[in-house]
Design a protein around this ligand. Structure first.
Ligand code: PGA
Ligand code: ZN
Length: 420
């Protein structure tokens, strides 16, 4: 008989993809020969929303630059003491207990990074202890049985805070809308990625093919138009015209100064709507994330109505039930970006997804710019049946770990690719 009772919870500092320390949590359930061991690593954002749950970082104690030793010790002392003895399959119970232990609205006492590490590791422990694949364990928690592979939104040109170039908008993504399978989608993406590399190298020089935080190229271009022209050329040359469309994450809070937006030129909020409409008319842009500042529910709604395309809320809603409710009632978006570390527990992330579905929104599961080799979100995207994932480029190990896990799930469980 496998043991379900948690017998050990331990955290340590490990590195994320930017070379910053982050939290890894290990959970042991059962004792002796029947015990299982599972772990999870917490990601970290750069263009973080103002209303996200708090990632606890040290002020003084440093480990390769900045540390998470307080979050680690919160797991090893406060959290582990309460969690040991609980059933690892009791995800809601574990998450509620940690939310109560923390007692703050933004998880600032124990740290969302501490709590999330335990929450994700517990789901993996339940998977190991019950010998059930992770996507099925999480599917049961979210009461979803329709498992599909997500359409990957592949970020091949990085700007904003992920690149440090003059390009203000943060992400330019390829969306394979007509792929026969997930494997086919990955093939289309990697061929286009390499074609794009050749084009950027020819036009902007060899040094311009260095990549940004999410594995996309980061040529020093100064406008969204130039990025979209590059995508158009690459898709055409690779032979995927009409089969690959484009998506943008503007991450506009990062270039809003309180009264105007700087997209390489200065624009008032109403001008920015026209600017986006121009891009949507000129290029096959099917999805636009965070087009305005994180407090501007009204402009989001106006653009959604005018454009008719998918408008994704990330910094606007931060995977938070109250913010989602406001965005739904203001008609600000029609797709929720779901980041587990914005809210801090798996249960709350699932509740956010279910609220979005109930409100007739779509859901796109997302990585962070500071990622790790942990591929939890790949299973999560399948378990929710949401049909969309944002996992960066098809290069760099912390990004490919998600693509590779989805390739495995496709092959092992015969799952179908969602339609966009
Ligand atoms: P972040 O970027 O992880 O730096 O917040 C990702 C995003 O904005 O979607
Ligand atoms: Zn975003």
């Amino acid at each position: 008989m496998p043991g379900y009772k948690i017998s050990k919870v331990a955290a340590r500092e490990v590195l994320d993809s930017r070379g910053n320390p982050t939290v890894e949590v290990v959970i042991v359930a059962g004792k002796g020969r029947n015990s299982i061991c599972a772990s999870a690593i917490v990601p970290s954002g750069a263009s973080t929303g103002k209303h996200e749950a708090l990632e606890l970082r040290d002020n003084e104690k440093r480990f390769l630059g900045r540390g998470v030793s307080k979050a680690v010790s919160n797991v090893n002392s406060i959290i582990s003491r309460k969690v040991i003895g609980m059933d690892c399959r009791n995800q809601h119970g574990l998450d509620s207990l940690m939310i109560g232990l923390d007692g703050t609205p933004d998880k600032s006492r124990l740290g969302a990074n501490a709590i999330l590490g335990v929450s994700l590791a517990a789901a993996r422990a339940a998977s190991a202890a019950t010998n059930t694949p992770l996507h099925q364990v999480v599917g049961k928690i979210s009461r979803n049985r329709r498992f599909v592979l997500p359409v990957p939104f592949c970020n091949v040109i990085n700007g904003g805070r992920h690149a440090g170039t003059s390009l203000r908008l943060q992400e330019f993504m390829l969306v394979p809308v007509k792929a026969a399978s997930f494997k086919d989608a990955v093939t289309m993406l990697s061929e286009t990625y390499h074609t794009l590399k050749g084009i950027i190298s020819t036009v902007y020089g060899k040094g311009a093919v260095n990549v940004g935080d999410e594995g996309g190229f980061a040529p020093d271009i100064n406008s969204a138009e130039k990025a979209l022209v590059l995508l158009e050329q690459a898709v055409g040359k690779a032979g995927y015209k009409g089969r690959i469309k484009f998506a943008i994450d503007a991450a506009a809070s990062e270039f809003f100064n309180g009264s105007y937006y700087d997209v390489g030129k200065i624009l008032q909020p109403s001008d920015l709507i026209d600017y986006y409409m121009g891009l949507i008319r000129s290029f096959p842009v099917v999805s636009l994330e965070d087009p305005f500042d994180q407090e501007d529910f009204g402009s989001f709604a106006e653009l959604k109505k005018k454009s008719g395309i998918q408008i994704v809320a990330d910094d606007l809603t931060v995977t938070n039930l109250n913010r989602i409710r406001t965005a739904v009632s203001r008609k600000s978006a029609n797709c929720l970006l779901l980041k587990v570390n914005q809210v801090g527990t798996l249960s709350e992330a699932i509740s956010a997804a279910n609220l979005a579905f109930k409100s007739r929104w779509r859901v796109m599961v997302s990585h962070r710019s500071g990622e790790t080799e942990d591929s939890f979100i790949a299973d999560l995207s399948v378990s929710l049946g949401c049909g969309q994932i944002k996992a960066g480029s098809v290069a760099r190990g912390e990004r490919t770990s998600k693509y590779n896990q989805l390739l495995r799930l496709e092959e092992d469980y015969g799952l179908k690719l969602a339609k966009f």
